[in-house]
Design a protein around this ligand. Structure first.
Ligand SMILES: Cc1ncc(COP(=O)(O)O)c(C=O)c1O
Length: 961
C-alpha cells in the first residue's frame, strides 16, 4: 500500500491527523526521509508486511457516518424496559449526561496515576467509593470493576486467596443466570469446585472457600441471609452478597448482615443500559480483606505542604508491580461510568435516592397486588424490592409478546414465569397496562409494608457525608463538574504522551451517537427482533477488525484489554485440551510484558515462565530456546507484544512465532500496540494465533479516566470454537472443557454502548486512512526521539535507528549523575502543562513517550521545548551550580498559591518555578496540589471522603493577613 498524502482537507482523516501535509514534510525532512513510504519501509521489517491489508470500503465523511449510524439506530426498537436481570431503566440527569459522559474534560482523561493533575476525577471516584461503602455497610470499597458478573468472579477469587484453604465455592442458584455463567467458569478455570444450589438447604462440608448470596434474587425475591452467613463463617468460609445498590436504600446493608464482601452494578445510578455496557461494577469489603481486594482504590494522602490530597492507594497490589502475584488483572475498569454513578448519588442525595427507591417499590407493590387477584396467575415471590415474578401456566411468551406490542419489554423467565422489574421512569399508568396483560381489569393499591421482610428493613438513611447533601440544584452540579474537571489535565488541554496507552483523538462524530436513545436505551437481553441495528453494526465492526488484524474471527465481548487476554488464553487452554494436550500449562511471558499479561495467565491457570530480554531490547532468542527446551511439552503459549513494549519493531518476530509453534505452543500477540500496525501489517498473518485489541487505544474509544474499555479477542480459524460464548446460554451438563468457549462478561457484546465510536473511526478513515494514521504515529514518535535523543538517550531503537510508535527515554545515567529521577521529571512536566509520559514501564528509571498521530507539530515542539528545558535544569545540578535538594525539579509541581504567597523559601525564582518558558504566559495550568506524599497515604489508609474540616486550608499565618 502506498501512503498517499491527504488530498481533502475537510475529510475526517485530515481532522484526525495532527500534522497536515506541510508539517508531515517538515517532520520527514527532520528525519531525512523523502516520503512516508520511505520512512515506513525503513522502520517496519519487510517480512511482516508481506500481506496487503484488504480494503474495508471508501471512507465516509462525518455527515455520512452519522447518517449510517442513524440508520443502524433506527433498526433498533426501543420499548419501555421492565426486563430487569441486572439492567434497569434509569434516568441520566441531563446535567450529568452533558457534563460528564459528553464532556471531553471527563471522557478524555487518563487513569489517575499522576495524582497532582487528577484531583478532580480522584475526588469523583472517592465519592463513588464512599457511596458504595455507605450503601453496603462495608468499610472499604474499590473504584469500580468491569461488570457485575466478572465482579462476582473477582469476589470468588478474593475469597479463595484470602482463605488459602478449601476448593469448594457455593453459588446461590438465585443469582442472575449471566452471573452464574461467568463466575462459575472463572472459578472452574482456577480449579475451584463450584456448587450451584438453593441456599435454603444447610451448608455442608468443612472445605468451603465461601458462598455467594443473591440479595435480591434474579426473580426479585428477598430472603434473610443471616443464617447462611453464620453457617459459612462457622465453617471458616467467607460470604459475598450480590446487591442492587438502589434496593439498599430500603434494605439492611450487607455489612450489617455480616457479609465480608458486597458486589454489584451501579448501572441504575443514571447510566443507560447501553445494550449491555459499559457500566461500573463495585466491590466493598470488610477491613481484613482490603489489602487483597482487586481493582483500583482511591485514598487520601497529603501533599508536600501537608494539605490533604487524593491518590491511588495500595498500588503495589496491582498487576503493574506484582504481575502474576497481583490481586487481579484489572487495569482499565469503567471509571467514567463510576464517575457518572457517583454524580447521580451526589445530585439526588440520600433522600432523593430513597424517594426514587420508594416510588419504584410502591409501583411494584401495586403491580403485585393487582395481578395477584387475577385468576389463573400466581405470584412467584411475595417479598421483593422492584421485581415481581408472575406464574402464568404456560402463557409467559404470549404475555411477553402482547406487552411488546403495547410497547413494554418484560422478561419471560421460562415457559410459565414472567418477571416485571420497575425502573425510574415507570408510572402508575404503566402498572395498569402491564397488569392488564395478565388479565387484571383495575389497579389495586398494595401495602408497601409487606413486600420487604421486617427483619430486613433498613433503619438508617445512608450517605451522610456532606458531599451527598449539598449539590442538588442544576447550577451547583454544573459548577461542581466544571470545578473538578478544571483541576485535571485531560486530552482536551494537552497532549498526553503516555507510551503504551495511546491517548489519541476520540472522534466527536462517533461520541455523539452513544447517547442516542435508540442505542443507549436498549436492554442487553432484548429479543433479536428489537436489536437488529445494534447487531448489524457490531458484526460489521467485528468483520472489519478481523480484516485489519488478519484473523478469522473477532468477538467484542471482552470489556477491557485484560479480559481479551483472559478470553484468548482460555481459548488456547481449551484448544490444547481438545487436542488431548492437557499437560500444556505454561505461558512464556517476556520480561518486558505489560503486567496484565502475567496476571491474566494466572487467572487462566497457566504458570508464568519469564523469557529474558536481549541487550537490544528484543526477546532473547537463546533464552527462548532454553525455555522451550526445558518446558517444550508443557508450553501452552507465548504472549508477546508487537511492536514490543520497548517501542521497537523486532525483526525476529516471525522466528519467535515459528519456534513456539514448533514446540507445540500457541502464539498470543498482545494487540495493545496495533496502532503501530493497523493498515500496514497483520498479527494474524505474521504468526499470531490470537490477539486482543484495545479499542480504547487504537480504535479511539476514549480512555474515560480509566475506562470504558473494550478488548476484542481475535482468533485464527482453529480457535473459533473457543471464542467467548453467550453468558446466558446454559452449558450442557456433559460439556467438557475442550468442547467450547466460556463467557467472559455479563453480556454477549460487552461494552456495546461505545462500539459506535470505533465503528465511526474506521468507517471515516478506511483502510488507507488507517495506514496513514499508523504511519503518522510512527513519524511523530521518531521525530520526538530524534529531537530528544541528545538530551535523553533513547533506550532502544530498531532497524535504521528508528523506533516504532513510541520511544523510551533513559534517565538512569542522569539520575546517577544528578539525583533527578524519572518521577521528578514527570512532576516537573506538570509545570509546563503536560501530563507525564509513562513512568517506569516497561523499564524502571525511564519515561516512555507516545505522541500518537493526532498531535500537530506545534504541540510536539512544545513538548520538546519542555523536555529540553528540564534537561538544562538537570545540567545545572550536574555542573554543581545547584544542589538537587534545592533544585526547581525536586520540589515540582507548584500550585498558584505556593508561588504567590508572601513567603518564598526556595533558591530559584517564582518565575522559574511557574513560568519556565515564555509560552506559558499565554496559557498556564496550575495543579491544585503540590507533590503527593506517596508513602503516607498507604500507611494511613483512608478510602472514603474525609470530613470537610480536613480541607480547611486556613492557617495561623494566613488568617493574620
Ligand atoms: C501492552 C498492553 N497489554 C495489555 C493492556 C491491558 O489493557 P486494559 O487496560 O484494557 O486492561 C495494556 C494496557 O495499558 C497494554 O498497554
Amino acid at each position: 500500500m502506498s501512503l498517499t498524502p491527504v488530498t481533502d482537507p475537510a475529510s475526517y482523516l485530515a481532522r484526525h491527523l495532527g500534522p497536515d501535509n506541510t508539517e508531515q514534510q517538515a517532520l520527514l525532512n527532520a528525519l531525512g526521509y523523502s516520503s512516508l513510504d520511505a520512512l515506513i519501509d525503513a522502520a517496519i521489517p519487510a517480512d511482516i508486511r508481506a500481506n496487503q491489508v484488504s480494503s474495508i470500503g471508501e471512507p465516509l465523511s462525518e455527515v455520512e457516518a452519522q447518517a449510517k449510524l442513524r440508520s443502524y439506530a433506527s433498526k433498533n426498537v426501543v420499548l419501555k424496559s421492565f426486563y430487569g436481570q441486572g439492567y434497569s431503566d434509569t434516568l441520566t440527569p441531563p446535567v450529568i449526561r452533558r457534563g460528564v459522559v459528553e464532556d471531553a474534560g471527563w471522557y478524555t482523561a487518563y487513569t489517575p496515576y499522576q495524582p497532582e493533575i487528577s484531583q478532580g476525577r480522584l475526588e469523583a471516584l472517592l465519592n463513588f467509593q464512599t457511596m458504595v461503602s455507605e450503601l453496603t455497610g462495608l468499610p472499604v470499597s474499590n473504584a469500580s470493576l468491569l461488570d457485575e458478573a466478572s465482579a462476582v468472579a473477582e469476589a470468588v477469587g478474593l475469597m479463595s486467596r484470602a482463605q488459602k484453604k478449601g476448593r469448594r465455592v457455593i453459588l446461590d442458584a438465585r443469582l442472575h443466570p449471566q452471573v452464574l455463567g461467568v463466575a462459575a467458569e472463572r472459578a472452574r478455570a482456577i480449579d475451584l469446585e463450584v456448587e450451584i444450589t438453593e441456599l435454603s438447604d444447610d451448608l455442608v462440608g468443612e472445605d468451603l472457600v465461601g458462598v455467594v448470596i443473591a440479595y435480591p434474587g434474579t426473580e426479585g425475591d428477598i430472603s434473610d441471609p443471616r443464617a447462611i452467613i453464620e453457617g459459612i463463617h462457622s465453617r471458616g468460609g467467607l460470604a459475598t452478597m450480590v446487591t442492587d445498590p438502589l434496593s439498599l436504600l430500603l434494605l439492611t446493608s450487607p455489612g450489617e448482615l455480616g457479609a465480608d464482601i458486597a458486589v454489584g452494578s451501579s448501572q441504575r445510578f443514571g447510566v443507560p443500559m447501553f445494550f449491555g455496557g459499559p457500566h461500573a461494577a463495585y466491590m466493598a469489603v470488610a477491613d481484613k480483606l482490603k489489602r487483597q481486594m482487586p481493582g483500583r482504590l482511591v485514598g487520601v494522602s497529603v501533599d508536600a505542604e501537608g494539605y490533604p490530597a487524593y491518590r491511588l492507594a495500595l498500588q503495589t497490589r496491582e498487576q503493574h508491580i506484582r504481575r502474576e502475584r497481583a490481586t487481579s488483572n484489572i487495569c482499565t475498569a469503567q471509571a467514567l461510568l463510576a464517575v457518572t454513578a457517583s454524580m447521580y448519588a451526589v445530585y439526588h442525595g440520600p433522600q432523593g435516592l430513597k424517594n426514587i427507591a420508594e416510588r419504584i417499590h410502591g409501583l411494584a407493590v401495586d403491580f403485585a397486588a393487582t395481578v395477584s387477584g387475577v385468576e389463573g396467575v400466581e405470584l412467584s415471590n411475595r417479598t421483593f424490592f422492584d421485581t415481581v415474578t408472575v406464574k402464568t401456566a404456560g402463557r409467559a411468551q404470549e404475555i411477553t409478546d402482547a406487552l411488546a406490542e403495547a410497547g413494554y419489554l418484560v422478561r419471560p423467565v421460562d415457559a410459565d414465569k414472567v418477571s416485571v422489574s420497575f425502573g425510574e421512569s415507570a408510572t402508575s399508568g404503566d402498572v395498569e397496562q402491564l397488569a392488564a396483560a395478565f388479565g387484571a381489569t383495575s389497579v389495586v393499591e398494595g401495602d408497601a409494608a409487606t413486600a420487604i421482610p421486617d427483619t430486613l428493613v433498613r433503619a438508617e438513611l445512608p450517605l451522610t457525608h456532606p458531599i451527598f447533601n449539598q449539590i442538588h440544584s442544576e447550577t451547583q452540579m454544573m459548577r461542581y463538574l466544571r470545578t473538578l474537571a478544571d483541576k485535571d489535565l485531560a486530552l482536551d488541554r494537552t497532549m498526553i504522551p503516555l507510551g503504551s496507552c495511546t491517548m489519541k483523538l476520540n472522534p466527536t462524530a462517533g461520541m455523539e451517537s452513544i447517547t442516542w436513545p435508540e442505542f443507549a436505551n436498549i436492554h442487553p437481553y432484548a429479543p433479536d427482533s428489537q436489536t437488529a441495528g445494534w447487531r448489524e453494526l457490531i458484526h460489521e465492526l467485528e468483520d472489519w477488525l478481523a480484516t485489519l488484524t488478519g484473523y478469522a474471527k473477532v468477538s467484542v465481548q471482552p470489556n477491557a484489554g485484560s479480559q481479551g487476554e483472559l478470553a484468548g488464553l482460555l481459548a488456547i487452554r481449551r484448544y490444547h485440551v481438545a487436542n488431548g494436550d492437557t499437560e500444556r500449562d505454561i505461558c512464556l511471558v517476556p520480561a518486558s510484558a505489560h503486567g496484565t499479561n502475567a496476571a491474566s495467565a494466572t487467572l487462566a491457570n497457566l504458570r508464568v515462565v519469564v523469557v529474558a530480554t536481549a541487550e537490544d531490547g528484543s526477546i532473547n532468542l537463546d533464552d527462548l530456546d532454553a525455555k522451550l527446551e526445558q518446558h517444550g511439552e508443557r508450553v501452552a503459549a507465548i504472549m508477546i507484544t508487537y511492536p514490543s513494549t520497548h517501542g521497537v519493531f523486532e525483526d525476529t518476530v516471525r522466528t519467535v512465532c515459528e519456534k513456539v509453534h514448533a514446540a507445540g505452543g500457541q502464539v498470543y500477540i498482545d494487540g495493545a500496540n496495533m496502532n503501530a500496525l493497523t493498515g500496514l501489517a497483520q498479527p494474524g498473518q505474521f504468526g499470531g494465533d490470537v490477539s486482543h485489541l484495545n479499542l480504547h487505544k487504537t480504535f479511539t474509544i476514549p480512555h474515560g479516566g480509566g475506562g470504558p474499555g473494550v478488548g476484542p479477542v481475535a482468533v485464527a480459524e482453529h480457535l473459533i470454537p473457543f471464542l467467548p460464548t453467550d453468558p446466558n446460554e446454559a452449558v450442557p451438563e456433559d460439556a467438557a472443557p475442550g468442547d467450547r468457549g466460556v463467557p467472559i462478561t455479563a453480556t454477549n457484546y460487552g461494552s456495546a454502548g461505545v462500539l459506535p465510536i470505533s465503528w465511526s473511526y474506521i468507517a471515516m478513515t478506511g483502510t488507507e486512512g488507517l495506514a496513514s494514521a499508523t504511519a503518522h504515529a510512527i513519524l511523530t514518535a521518531n521525530y520526538l526521539a530524534k529531537e530528544l535523543k541528545d538530551s535523553f538517550p533513547i533506550l532502544y531503537t530498531g532497524a535504521n535507528d528508528l523506533v516504532a510508535h513510541e520511544c523510551i527515554l533513559d534517565l538512569r545515567a542522569l539520575t546517577d549523575a544528578s539525583g533527578v529521577s524519572a518521577a521528578d521529571v514527570a512532576k516537573r512536566l506538570v509545570d509546563f502543562g503536560f501530563h507525564a509520559p509513562t513512568l517506569a514501564f516497561p523499564v524502571a528509571g525511564t519515561l516512555m513517550v507516545e505522541p500518537t498521530e493526532s498531535e500537530d507539530l506545534a504541540e510536539l515542539d512544545r513538548f520538546i521545548e519542555a523536555m529540553r528545558t528540564i534537561r538544562a535544569e538537570i545540567q545545572e545540578i550536574i555542573d554543581g551550580k545547584v544542589e538537587y535538594e534545592d533544585s526547581v525539579i525536586r520540589h515540582a509541581p507548584y500550585t498558584s498559591f505556593s508561588v504567590t504567597r508572601d513567603e518564598w523559601e526556595y533558591k530559584f525564582s517564582r518565575q522559574q518555578a511557574a513560568f519556565p518558558v515564555a509560552e506559558l504566559r499565554k496559557n498556564k495550568y496550575f495543579p491544585p496540589v503540590r507533590r503527593l506524599d506517596e508513602a503516607y497515604g498507604d500507611r494511613n489508609l483512608v478510602c472514603s471522603c474525609p470530613p470537610p474540616e480536613a480541607f480547611d486550608y486556613s492557617d495561623e499565618d494566613d488568617t493574620e493577613n
